[in-house]
Each structure stands twice: as C-alpha cells, then as structure tokens.
Ligand binder design. Structure first.
Ligand code: FAD
Ligand code: NAD
Length: 454
C-alpha cells in the first residue's frame, strides 16, 4: 500500500470539484483531486455542454426545413447524425482537456480512479491511501430510475439520449422537467415523433404557468404531444415497439420505439464509503452549513451532493468559496440569487424571487417581446420579461423571462440582484438598441408607470 499526504483532497472532478481544486491551487494549497471517470463531471461530459450542443444542432437543422416569412426556401435538409454527435463529442473533449490543463497549471495532482472513503481524513484509490487535512466531497448526483423502466435497450437515460446511433421513429419522454423538455424538443427538431409524459398537471411544474405558456404553445406547434397527470409505471412489448403502462392517466394507446427516462436526479451517496462518515443528512443530500461544512470538522460537501438546486454554476460557486475558507479567508455562501435557465424553445430564465414568493404587495411588471424591436427582427416575439420589486424603496427582488435567447439575460438579472439595484437604476440605464435587453429596461420602467414602448 502506498501512502500520500496532502492538505486538501477533492473527491470528484465535476464543476464543483475541479473549481475547488483550481482555486485551492491558486491559493497555494497542496491539492489532490480524485476522479473516477473523465474530468468535468456530469456537466461537461453528459450534461450541460453536450445537451446544449445537441440542442443547437437540432435548432439549426429544424430552421432549414421550417416554413418562414423571410422568403428563404431550400431542398429537404439531410442530417448526418454520426457527424453531429462527433462534433458534440469534440466540443466536450475540448472542454474536458481544458480542465485537465488548468488543473496542471495550478499544480493540482490529479489521480484517476475510484476513491473509497476510509475515514474523514483518508481516501483510498487502488493501492494508494491519501491522507488529508481537508476532504471536499464533490461526488455529484445520479439520474433517478423508475422501477418498471430499467435503463437498457430502448429504455434510455439522458446520457444515452445524448449519443444516439439512430433516431427513434417515436420517442416517449417520461418527465416534463428540464431534461425532458430540452431533449424532447431537440429530438423533435431532428425529426423524431415525440410524446412527453408528465406526472404533474403541468410541464415544468417548478415555474409558473405564465412563464411556461409560450413553451407549451411552441411544443404544440412543433407537433410534440404532451400527456400530463400521467405517472408511467412500466411497459409491455408490442412487437418491435413498447406500449407504456401508467398508474394514473392513460398512456395505454401510446406505442413508441424508445423511452427517455428523465424524472429527476438524486445526490450520489452510495458505493464509495460515504456511510463510514458520521454526516448529518437533509433528505438524500449531505447537510451543510452556509460555508459548505458538513457535521464533521474538516469534511466539506458541495454541488449536487448537497441537494437542490442541482446546477453547475451553484457547484462552482460553492467550490470556489470552500477553497477560500480552507485558505483562511472569510467567506460564506449567501448569493442574492442562483439563476436558472431552461434551454427550451423559447428559453426560460429566472433569478431571485417570483411574484408569489415576494408577496401580494410586491411591485410586478412585465414587458412583452411583441413590443421589442430586436425580437421582431429575429422573427420571434414570443414571451416577456418580468420584474419583481419591493414596494416603497423599489429594491429589485427577482426577474423572470421567457423568450428567444433569454438565457443571455441571466447575467444582467443576477448582477442587478447582487448589486442591490432598484427599479430606477435599471430604468435609468441606457440599453443598446435594438437589443432584447431593452425589454429588461422597459419592464423596470413599466413597474414605475413609465414604459415608453407599450
Ligand atoms: P458532477 O458534475 O456530477 O461531478 C461529480 C464527479 O464526481 C463525477 O465526475 C464523478 O465521476 C465523480 N465521482 C463520484 N464518485 C466518485 C468516487 N468515489 N471517486 C472518484 N470520483 C467520483 N446544470 C446547469 O447549470 N446548466 C445546464 O444546462 C445543465 N444541463 C444538464 C443537462 C443534463 C442532461 C444533466 C444530466 C444535468 C445538467 N445540469 C445542468 C446539471 C449539472 O450537470 C450538475 O448540476 C453539475 O454537474 C453538478 O456538479 P457536481 O460537481 O456537483 O457533480
Ligand atoms: P426535473 O426535476 O427537472 O423534472 C422531472 C420531472 O419528471 C418532474 O416534472 C416530475 O413531475 C416528473 N416525473 C417524476 N416521476 C414521473 C413519472 N413516474 N411519470 C411521469 N413524470 C414523472 O428533472 P430532470 O429533467 O430529470 O433534470 C434533473 C436535474 O438536472 C434538474 O432538476 C436540474 O437540476 C438539472 N438540469 C438542469 C438543466 C439546466 O439548468 N438547463 C438542464 C437539465 C438538467
């Protein structure tokens, strides 16, 4: 058995783990990072990046064949699926090898292998025991499974759905959340027939119905069938196809050739000795305080392992903070907002409080893209920007938007919340014309009763 000493050991090289290690390296902390698979974790390898690449390919392909008002016509476009997937994989490879280079630059020792926790200061990888003063757990999450729909063959999870060898004729997507809508829409745009089956009465139940309405309309226009209040429990073989069986609702007539299970993710807590630590938990997640400290001194946890919201930028922000705390800096994890983007068509972005969360006396105003010049020049005026502010001093509490390319508004939304902006600050800022961002200014103006273009 070999032995290695380090000040910091990071278990897991996803966005949370690799950012912790890079920041620790910058701060001069001797750091070892243990990763069982490819650096970059879920996000870079089988999550954020490949899904957005596939969504982009699907959008480009679809636009070529979609009837338009612009006078553009062409022949029937052809898709080389193999080339599309190869491009997506090259994009992923560029980023994951970039992470390796950054870790090397910051003198982080990367050990490839499955880490087994021995105790709060020791992790074993193969025949090497690594002893550390600080252990950061960044082991991420796993896709949840449905008992009657074990992954295999035509039943796929998001990882397999991101690298299909062929397109199904008819794809059923179980779960109308982030993954179901993002990938379901992409498959439809690539040419598959798609049915989304959701247990709740509405798609994307975490968002209000005003925000999801333009997405639901677009799904309908794309020909995607949506079955809500349907909880799928299994399937029967129907020749070469699958007939879905549901406990509630009626999917009995639904025969498909592939099923994507996208019913949520859960913290990854099994198979690496986590139970050897005496950690408090919060549901399935590892419980942490505002500094991502667990209930054991010297053991920290970040990212998806610590529960919702399971988003890459949250994991990265936590990782950066933990490295600084270990270096002795004064930090806490208290963001004004953790933005969230859903890469649907059109996109949804939220940051901060919703009107419901802000209370009945909050000032709420929306500005529709139908009155925004840039949206008109893009030929897509669906959606709106909405602002939520405190009555009295007009402190901005939250933003929501749905519309073309609104993911790029996430920065403006979050910056205004972090800086404690008031409606007057945004209303009085000159926004470039014509841009979608003008709808942000107009929403603030409207909340003040001064909207100019509506
Ligand atoms: P992970 O990225 O899961 O990394 C954990 C790492 O730990 C993995 O590399 C794993 O191999 C390693 N590991 C685990 N156990 C061990 C062990 N015992 N030894 C060694 N290594 C181990 N989030 C967004 O913000 N935006 C998006 O657009 C987005 N899209 C997504 C699309 C899909 C299809 C999916 C599935 C997820 C998406 N997410 C998105 C969520 C995002 O991927 C996660 O929130 C993020 O990856 C969490 O980072 P993490 O560092 O906590 O964990
Ligand atoms: P999700 O929680 O977003 O959606 C899961 C959906 O499945 C829910 O609407 C739920 O009601 C439904 N459901 C559960 N059981 C069901 C059943 N038996 N039959 C039918 N419907 C059922 O989860 P997800 O889409 O799997 O994504 C997992 C997580 O990954 C997200 O919560 C998010 O944290 C992350 N993610 C983020 C992005 C992004 O930021 N753009 C994209 C993809 C994934």
């Amino acid at each position: 058995m070999q032995s290695l000493e380090t000040q910091l050991l990071v278990l897991g090289g996803g966005p949370g783990g690799y950012v912790t290690a890079i920041r620790a390296g910058q701060l001069g902390i001797p750091t070892v990072l243990v990763e069982a698979q490819t650096l970059g974790g879920t996000c870079l390898n089988v999550g954020c990046i490949p899904s957005k690449a596939l969504i982009h390919v699907a959008e480009r392909f679809h636009q070529l064949s979609e009837p338009n008002e612009f006078g553009i016509s062409g022949g029937q476009p052809r898709l080389d699926l193999g080339q599309a997937i190869a491009w997506k994989d090259r994009t992923v490879d560029r980023l994951t090898s970039g992470v390796g280079a950054l870790l090397k630059k910051h003198r982080v020792q990367v050990i490839h292998g499955h880490g087994q926790i021995v105790d709060g200061k020791t992790v074993q990888v193969g025949d090497t025991r690594i002893h550390c003063q600080h252990l950061v757990l960044a082991t991420g999450s796993r896709g949840m499974s449905l008992p009657g729909l074990a992954i295999g063959g035509p039943i796929v999870d998001s990882t397999q759905a991101l690298s299909p060898e062929t397109l199904p004729r008819h794809l059923a997507v179980i779960g109308g959340g982030y993954i179901g809508l993002e990938l379901g829409t992409a498959y439809r745009k690539l040419g598959a027939q798609v049915t989304i089956v959701e247990a709740q009465p509405r798609l994307l139940p975490a968002y209000d119905s005003e925000l999801t309405a333009p997405v639901v309309t677009r799904l309908r226009n794309l020909g995607i069938k949506v079955l809500t209040e349907n909880r799928v429990e299994g399937y029967d073989a129907a020749g070469q196809r699958l007939r879905l069986r549901s406990g509630s609702g009626d999917t009995a007539s639904l025969e498909v050739d592939r099923v994507l299970v996208a019913v949520g993710r859960t913290p990854h807590t099994g198979g690496y000795g986590l139970e050897r630590l005496d950690l408090d938990s919060a549901g399935k997640a590892v419980k942490v305080d505002g500094g991502c400290r667990t209930s054991m001194t010297g053991v920290w946890a970040i990212g998806d392992l610590t529960g919702e919201p399971m988003l890459a930028h949250r994991a990265m922000a936590q990782g950066e903070m933990v490295a600084e705390l270990i270096a002795g800096k004064r930090r806490s994890f208290a963001p004004a907002a953790i933005p969230a983007v859903c890469y649907t068509d059109p996109e949804i972005v939220v940051a901060g409080l919703t009107p419901d969360q802000a209370g009945a006396d909050a000032k709420v105003a929306s500005f529709p893209f139908a009155a925004n010049g840039r949206a008109m020049t893009l030929g897509d005026t669906s959606g709106f920007v909405r602002v939520v502010a405190r009555p009295g001093d007009h402190l901005i509490l939250g933003w929501q938007a749905v519309g073309p390319g609104v993911s790029e508004l996430a920065a403006a939304f979050t910056q205004s919340l972090e800086m404690g902006a008031r409606l007057e600050d945004i209303a009085g800022t000159i926004h470039a014309h014509p841009t979608l961002g003008e709808a942000v200014q107009e929403a603030a103006l409207r909340a003040l009763g001064q909207a100019l273009h509506i």
